[in-house]
Design a protein around this ligand. Sequence first.
Ligand code: AKG
Length: 317
Amino acid sequence: MTLTANGHPLDTSPDRFGELEPANDLLDDPAGLRAAMDERGHLFFRGLLPAETVLEARREVLLKYAVLGEVDDRFPIEDAIAGDRLGVDTANVRAFSESVRNGYWYRSVTDHPDLLAVHAALLDGPVRSFDFRWPRFARPGEGCGFHCDGPYMNRGTPMERIFSSWIPLGHVAREDGALIVLEGSHRSDQLDGYLDADADRDGLQWLDDDPVVVQERYGDRWLTIDFEPGDVLCFGMSTLHGALDNQSPTGRCRLSSDTRYQRVDEPADPRWNGERIEGHGGRRVFYPGLGRWNNDDFQDEWKDVDERGRMIIRETP
Ligand SMILES: O=C(O)CCC(=O)C(=O)O
């Protein structure tokens, strides 16, 4: 199968595409972890988290999606087969999103002590996850545009002192829509102006949607792997990344999570932390995908909702 991102084929020749290498051998070596993150811009860990905890979180999240018809429960829930979605238009997606983000098992993954320990080693002190967390459900055909996290997370702690962890909630093979990171992009001087921007203030869009164009401009090989439950991919705010398209031949949705971590004693970005999380402002809810709402800003990851949390569906121009 030809791997694609945003509909564009990847160049999978060995000098343009490769596999992530596990950094598990550095887990007991904080200085080594920091040096490797500095060098690579990312760290991949095989089986860092207990697979059972991750699979409990998978089931918890999928059951909630099944309530909306997003998962077809005539098949085993764990298979995450895309449903007819008939409940989405009438549901309170604000309440739904909050329920997914704060689920007991989901939080047990994002705040697992072994994951916090990696971030504590990277930041040389006690850490916390951002109060907001990003569970993702990518339906067949969906993916994610190319970007760095820095401009979206830079109103509190300086971005050199924040890290993201992308966690597959289940098996995520390449063709299911695995994350891809661009080798060497964290050192690209082509990204300087972009990284200084504030995504909300400056109305940022994805950098590009073509993996070959992005690679030529900003880095070397695209790196990914077939992810297993328990794996974690940690990366810095200036590492360029995106996702492969979900081309599951069985109609399986891709479930994953991305969370940010910082030191407890440093200032927090108010967009994602505190009693009243601002997010991207307005009456918007994190509900990625489907591509039906014609929102130009934030690429349809955030949906405008009415006062009862129901999505506002705009006419196609
Ligand atoms: O999982 C995805 O599709 C995108 C995740 C992402 O952009 C991130 O982890 O920052």
